[in-house]
Design a binder for this molecule. Structure first.
Ligand code: FAD
Length: 673
């Protein structure tokens, strides 16, 4: 049943006052606080209006259990690469065209990234390399001639390709890359060279085995037009360079080595590349933002720094994709941990039955915030995807800037959050969480690098704060005194408690009021921003900009995280309000409250500033405990609403059956002993 049908059915039942058959049964062991039961299908519909894609894609894999191994233990990197390749080819044979999704229906493209994360993260990353990076660089940095030349072959995976940016000596600092592309005016070709060991391309996905071509980032060096024999360095640009012939042999001047076994993601063939005098036609320069004619005349509508920013800005799609995939992993991990926690029984009152471990408050404290965050991140990620589509459609500068900041911030926040959540979920499943078949180990190893590639998280968070500071500075660039004053007044009005009574208000009604929660989270962002601006101002005079920034770095990172949390909460509440079903809404609202209150509880700044008085902190603690207990009552249906089929989730302790049957079978026992 698709999303709109589900809502229709529910509305009919509500009108008739009856209960649909698939409304979940009451939880067994939740004492005291509980939330109303809800229709899982309706909750799923509130989350996704393209859920049909999930059903179709996962159905494709249902018929190929050979491509869904229960664990990757013992697989060599070559075998794992073949597995990822076959998984990708299966999708293509089933009629999916990721690059067409990328161009015509970006929501589906990113959703695919989320879905495939639970099939195998190597598959998601391989898809990301082929379509977001290799395909995306052609589409976004090139012009029509490049699109015509490569689109079909990239789409069909007839031309597996690479995105060769990183070098041995430089990853985050892209402007410092050293690979050279020198124009030979006589032959109208670029000559690509790796000048030294530090410029070896490194970590390049698809390079070790499959890559037939790649977008290579190199310094564009062009003879000066003054006839003096000088060379002008126009900085880093992207050029298409063929790497292998049809038989898989490296082309003359191209040498490739395998980066070898990694901590995870061994289904992706990362390689290192050296170029020695490789010649490619001048047209191979991806010239949307800067071009060179046959005489060597360089043209760009932008200044060098704006061109560089525009080039890197076009790569935000990769970050959006990683955020979606990371969310997929988070949903999978939380699903396993919560189902297992509900099934697993340890200890109980004297003479009574053992209780589910999920009924321990400590377990709720560990897992309910993760579940709440998964929902909050879900709504925010969906917003990011829509904004990304809007930016591509309208090309409006404001929207592009918003997407740039949000994709950097959300990628950093979500991937770090998920990396930590994987450890919490593993530990919440006790010893059985450590069995390879239950997938936490593999997710942890495969997902860990999400924090680093497509922009190191620490570096990305700085970009977010940099953009916030820029907005702040822009406000008073024109009329410093009045604008600063206006900004502060606005900030005070927006976020400070209107009067001292509020900082002492401990009523649950107030504490759960979205107006209070959003005001508090924005207060934190505003305060961090304002004090950071003051500190940077103070230190820059003495230390210079670079060192002043470094001195304030932990403040800068705190600001970016605070900002992202307030953005997530805003979209979470929007998701709550948009949900048409009252019972679903209650669960969603409880989770949004947990999300925001936990952030307020864990940041001493609120207490230090007397934004929340001591008795209010205690009231928040009590309320959080209560809300987590409430959430526990619907925790299993809440993860069921992610609707991850068993053949995709595979972790035997986390399946819908919620018993040990699959797990004992994996160990070779007959289920009936
Ligand atoms: C499995 C894998 C696949 C990859 N695939 C590709 C690919 O297909 N194509 C490609 O081009 N690249 C690829 N990469 C490279 C990846 O994008 C880089 O590793 C990443 O950008 C980080 O750069 P780096 O490794 O040089 O880290 P560095 O920038 O050297 O970072 C090292 C440490 O220094 C810190 N640091 C660096 N700069 C700052 C700063 N300004 N402020 C504070 N701290 C800082 C970082 O936080 C980090 O902790 C891949 C990497 C891996 C591991």
């Amino acid at each position: 049943m698709d999303a709109s049908k589900r809502l229709e059915v529910l509305q009919k039942h509500l009108a008739e006052g009856s209960t649909p058959a698939h409304v979940v049964a009451a939880p067994t062991a939740s004492r005291g606080a509980s939330l109303p039961r809800f229709d899982i299908g309706v909750m799923e519909a509130c989350l996704d209006d393209i859920a049909s894609l999930k059903e179709e894609v996962y159905e494709v894999f249902r018929h190929r259990p050979d491509l869904l191994p229960s664990s990757l233990e013992g697989l060599s990197k070559e075998e794992h690469r073949e597995l990822a390749r076959q998984q990708l080819l299966l999708l293509l044979k089933a009629g999916y065209s990721p690059l067409r999704f990328y161009v015509h229906d970006i929501r589906k493209y990113f959703y695919l990234g989320e879905l495939l994360a639970l099939v195998d993260l190597s598959l998601t990353v391989k898809m990301g390399v082929q379509y977001s990076l290799w395909g995306g660089s052609i589409l976004n940095l090139g012009t029509e001639k490049h699109r015509k030349a490569y689109f079909e072959d990239i789409d069909k995976f007839r031309l597996p390709g690479c995105f060769a940016m990183t070098e041995l000596h430089h990853g985050s600092n892209v402007a410092a890359l050293q690979t050279e592309a020198v124009l030979d005016v006589a032959t109208d070709e670029w000559i690509i060279n790796t000048p030294d060991e530090g410029a070896l391309k490194w970590w390049i996905g698809n390079a070790a085995e499959d890559g037939r071509a790649g977008t290579v980032f190199a310094r564009l060096k062009v003879p000066s037009l003054d006839g003096q024999g000088n060379i002008v360095d126009h900085g880093v640009h992207a050029i298409v360079v063929p790497l292998r012939d049809a038989s898989g042999q490296c082309l003359p001047g191209v040498e490739i080595r395998d980066c070898g076994y990694k901590v995870g993601l061994n289904g992706v063939d990362n390689g290192s590349i050296r170029f020695s005098g490789v010649r490619v036609p001048r047209e191979n320069l991806l010239d949307r933002f800067g071009s060179v004619d046959s005489s060597g005349q360089y043209r760009s509508p932008f200044s060098a720094s704006r061109r560089f920013a525009a080039t890197l800005g076009e790569l935000t799609g990769g970050r959006v994709g990683l955020t979606c995939s990371s969310l997929g992993v988070l949903k999978g991990a939380v699903t396993v941990a919560i189902r297992y926690g509900a099934m697993r029984r340890q200890f109980g009152p004297a003479g009574g039955a053992e209780i589910s471990v999920l009924d321990y408050r400590s377990q709720q404290e560990k897992l309910m915030p993760l579940l709440a965050s998964a929902y909050g991140i879900h709504f925010t990620t969906r917003y990011l995807v829509l904004q990304y589509a809007e930016a591509k459609r309208t090309k409006e500068e404001d929207v592009i800037a918003d997407v740039h900041a949000l994709s950097a911030g959300l990628k950093a926040y979500v991937t770090s959050y998920t990396a930590n959540a994987l450890s919490v979920c593993r530990e919440a499943c006790g010893g059985h969480g450590y069995a390879a078949v239950n997938r936490f180990g593999m997710w942890r190893s495969d997902h860990d690098i999400f924090q680093t590639f497509e922009g190191d998280n620490t570096v990305l968070l700085q970009q977010v704060s940099g953009l916030l500071l820029k907005k702040y500075k822009d406000r008073f660039a024109v009329a410093p005194v009045t604008a600063t004053y206006r900004y502060l007044r606005q900030w005070a009005a927006d976020s400070l408690p209107p009067n001292p009574l509020v900082s002492h208000d401990t009523s649950p009604r107030h504490l759960r009021d979205p107006a209070f929660l959003i005001r508090a989270l924005r207060y934190r962002t505003g305060r961090l921003l304002f004090t950071l601006a003051q500190r940077l101002n103070k230190h820059t005079g003495r230390l210079g900009q670079f060192h002043a920034w470094n001195k304030c770095l932990s403040h800068i990172l705190a600001l970016a995280r605070a900002h992202i949390e307030s953005v997530i909460y805003t979209h979470f509440i929007e998701g709550v309000n948009k949900c048409p079903d009252a019972d679903c809404r209650k669960s969603l609202k409880a989770m949004a409250d947990v999300f925001a209150l936990q952030r307020i509880q864990s940041d001493v700044m609120f207490r230090n500033d007397d934004y929340v008085a001591a008795e209010k902190v205690k009231a928040i603690n009590r309320l959080l405990e209560h809300l987590r207990m409430e959430m526990r009552s619907q925790a299993v249906p809440l993860v069921d609403a992610f609707n991850i089929p068993d053949h995709i989730l595979r972790a035997p302790i986390g399946l819908q059956s919620q018993d040990y049957t699959n797990y004992v079978e994996v160990a070779g026992w007959s289920p009936v002993m």
